[in-house]
Design a protein around this ligand. Structure first.
Ligand code: UDP
Length: 238
């Protein structure tokens, strides 16, 4: 990889909400294409990329839409939503010439490979972008936990959390004008202060695996590349 980059292999987690763009729900293919361009740019420069896409733009186990359905059933529906997003992301990447594979934690042979760790590692070595769908494949988890688990399994150098905010703030910057952004935080700070970055289980797994979490805004032009070179605006949790 280009030596300018701080990390050789990363896992990029993009929440479903990012993919809906300015829509109220669903997939905005223009936004998906923008994320795909950002991924393609750094993949071409040799960074090995794993992707985990959330499903919140379509369905969340804990949402109103789930009504009084059993939590586990609603969660499985949420996992299926992540598969749809993964296929949309795959389509956008392949359209611009990036080789990809989708591996799903729920077997669905007609649409995705089953998750096989060693096979995923091989794809990365060959320069393919691997999109991990269906989270950890179990209810009562989220794609944040799925992202942390795969980052650890793939031996990633960092877990990048691409959101709509350029880092972790002292308060919600959209509501509180006096909120300030942290440049760095420890895993302990995030857990003790209950900062809304990722699930506690995801943070704890990254702490135990000693993998930094970098929170940045994927909405800014070039922000993924700038996060990888260290020039951009972000919060590093380590
Ligand atoms: N989900 C799950 N187990 C997993 C991953 C996801 O049960 O390992 C379900 C859960 O209902 C979750 C939904 O899928 O609410 C969508 O994922 P998530 O909320 O993490 O998406 P995001 O917030 O990143 O868009």
């Amino acid at each position: 990889a280009n030596p300018e980059f701080r990390y050789k292999r990363v896992l990029l987690k993009v929440s479903g909400e990012v993919l809906m763009g300015d829509q109220a729900y669903g997939i905005d293919m223009k936004t998906v294409a923008t994320v795909a361009q950002a991924v393609a740019q750094v993949a071409r420069e040799g960074v090995e990329i794993c992707l985990v896409i959330g499903g919140g733009n379509i369905f969340r186990g804990l949402s109103k839409a789930a009504g009084d359905m059993e939590r586990a059933t609603a969660d499985y529906m949420g996992m299926l939503a992540t598969v749809m997003n993964a296929l949309a992301m795959q389509a956008a990447l392949e359209k611009i010439g990036v080789q990809t594979r989708v591996q799903s934690a729920l077997t669905m042979n007609a649409v995705a490979e089953p998750y096989v760790r060693r096979r995923a590692l091989r794809h990365l070595e060959k320069g393919r972008v691997v999109i991990f769908a269906a989270g950890v494949g179990a209810p009562f988890f989220t794609t944040d936990s799925g992202a942390a688990l795969r980052a650890a399994e793939m031996g990633c150098d960092a877990l990048l959390k691409g959101t709509s905010v350029d880092g972790v703030y002292t308060a919600d910057p959209k509501k509180d004008k006096s909120a300030t952004r942290y440049d760095t935080l420890t895993y302990h700070d995030v857990l003790a202060k209950d900062l809304k970055v990722m699930d506690a289980s995801a943070i704890a797994l990254m702490r135990d695996s000693d993998i930094p979490i970098v929170v940045f805004s994927i909405r800014e032009d070039n922000s993924l590349r700038r996060t990888l070179t260290g020039e951009g605006v972000f919060t590093v949790i380590s």
